[in-house]
Design a protein around this ligand. Structure first.
Ligand SMILES: Cc1cc2nc3c(=O)[nH]c(=O)nc-3n(C[C@H](O)[C@H](O)[C@H](O)COP(=O)(O)OP(=O)(O)OC[C@H]3O[C@@H](n4cnc5c(N)ncnc54)[C@H](O)[C@@H]3O)c2cc1C
Length: 463
């Protein structure tokens, strides 16, 4: 086996065995919506070439993905439209199936007598349920490839990690071996699904109404835009990242999370570009800590903790402490609607909420403060968790991501954190307040910058 094969094979695993059909190899693309730097697509192509088969990429578009709004659909569909054109240039078919994968894929794969099904990895509940159902119903082999983590989630750790301090050494031990360049996709030598171009074009035309939303001016969707944004960050912003990233008044973060969330940008490509740049080690290390350790820790949490979005998923010390403080009087209690509109008594929090609605994003530092205040201003931790997840998933372009569930569980439930000194409502959960923010950055300047933008308009919750 050559180096290219080793790199691909070690990221793949078999979900179910079966009898290979005579038709094409199918890659059911889900989390990693890109053509380049995609190990799952490379694996599917390798299998197709070995067995002299056509190659088809399938995306299952469901109209009511939990938490997703027209902004998310718009961003995703634009990315998929670009992807379809590129796949065509590589002689690879592309189809959008407008039904839930666990229902439509067994029927579709039988119709085309598919050879093999390949998918990408996702630790979230809904994707795992779909895959379990698929694995039980398919007669062909079903493979999974982790192309979102640099170190496949099931390889780097076989358990839920306590925190970055336990995962980091495991990553460091093998990173040089896994953080490599990624092979090129080849022009596919075997013809496949000729109908796919026509079928898929009609789907994009039909769904065109999704494609103009308030967030459209904020960030360009698609793989090419993602690479441009990554290159811009590397050339202009990375050198100051370690100093600037915690100040919401400075545009010091990369802003790449929507691309990473939708898989339009490969985390490995980004980490490879950063690690090979000639910038000072401080800047590179600070960024790679977030991109690799923190991001892969979030996948680890969601993969090994079934209750990643519930109170039961918090560590025992945190549950006990929050339980002891359930009866504490809350000075302010807000409904979901109050929070959503950003009409609390605290102008910094309201600015955060308005910022989130207007831009589809909130600065990483403010995300922590924003979630912690929701714990303080709701009747119990379960309600706080529910409201924080609902708002984050609805308004963040990068929402519905393991990073989001883990970040919220960190803020409200002490996940990956330690116990702090006890105080009302929070118990031993780390506390944050506006005064602390004032010590870190110019809060008034931030509030003013948000007020200068248009008044917030909550998104339509359904498409
Ligand atoms: C309450 C709360 C909610 C959050 N919700 C989300 C969410 O919905 N989606 C999301 O992607 N991230 C979320 N995060 C994590 C983090 O805040 C964002 O990833 C980051 O702010 C995204 O901006 P950026 O791409 O400019 O980050 P940068 O600082 O430029 O970092 C680059 C990349 O590293 C990863 N990263 C950075 N910080 C973290 C972190 N703390 N945990 C895990 N990965 C990280 C992300 O993939 C990010 O895109 C949340 C954090 C908290 C505390």
């Amino acid at each position: 086996m050559n180096r290219r094969n080793i790199d691909i094979v070690r990221r793949a695993r078999i979900l179910s065995e079966g009898q290979r059909g005579k038709g094409p190899v199918v890659y059911w693309m889900s989390r990693d919506q890109r053509i380049f730097d995609n190990w799952a697509l490379l694996w599917a192509q390798q299998e197709a070439i070995i067995h002299q088969k056509g190659l088809l990429v399938v995306f299952c578009l469901i109209p009511d993905y939990p938490g997703a709004t027209s902004c998310h659909y718009s961003f995703m569909l634009k990315g998929l439209e670009e992807l379809r054109e590129k796949l065509n240039q590589f002689n690879i078919g592309f189809r959008i199936l407008e039904q839930s994968p666990e229902i439509i894929l067994p029927i579709f794969l039988r119709q085309i007598d598919a050879h093999l099904l390949v998918s990408d990895f996702d630790p979230l509940r809904i994707k795992r349920r779909w895959k379990k159902q698929l694995a039980a119903n398919l007669t062909i082999p079903f493979h999974e490839v982790d192309t979102h983590n640099i170190l496949p989630a099931w390889i780097i750790s076989d358990k839920k990690e306590y925190g970055a301090y336990t995962l980091r050494p495991k990553i460091k031990r093998v990173l040089v071996d896994y953080l490599t360049d990624i092979p090129n996709l080849q022009h596919h030598p075997v013809d496949g699904d000729k109908d796919s171009i026509v079928v898929t074009q009609s789907c994009f035309t039909k769904n065109r109404t999704y494609q103009t939303t308030a967030m459209d001016n904020q960030i360009q969707a698609g793989e090419s835009a993602a690479m441009l944004a990554a290159t811009h960050f590397l050339n202009h912003k990375l050198k100051n990242y370690h100093d600037a990233r915690n100040n919401p008044c400075i545009d010091g973060q990369s802003g790449l999370s929507p691309y990473l969330h939708f898989g339009q940008l490969s985390p490995q490509r980004l980490a490879w570009m950063v690690s090979r740049s000639e910038l000072p080690a401080d800047a590179k290390e600070a960024f790679l800590e977030e991109l690799i350790v923190r991001r892969e820790l979030a996948d680890n949490f969601c993969y090994y903790e079934p209750a990643y979005d519930q109170f039961e998923g918090f560590p025992e010390w945190a549950r006990k402490s929050l339980d002891q403080h359930r009866i504490d009087k809350r000075e302010y209690v807000y409904s979901l609607a109050d929070l959503e509109k950003g009409t609390t008594h605290e102008s910094l929090w309201n600015a955060c909420q308005h910022d989130l609605i207007q831009r589809g994003k909130l600065h990483g530092f403010l995300r922590m403060y924003w979630a912690k205040k929701i714990l303080e201003w709701t009747p119990d931790p379960e309600t706080a968790l529910d409201y924080a997840i609902t708002l984050n998933d609805r308004y963040s372009l990068d929402g519905r991501d393991p990073n989001g569930y883990t970040g919220i569980a960190w803020s409200i439930g002490g996940v990956h954190d330690r116990a702090w000194s006890e105080r009302p409502v929070f118990g031993k959960i780390r506390y944050m307040n506006e005064r602390g923010c004032r010590r870190k950055f110019d809060v008034d300047c931030y509030i003013k910058s948000v007020q200068c933008k248009n008044a917030p308009e909550p998104h339509n919750q359904s498409r």
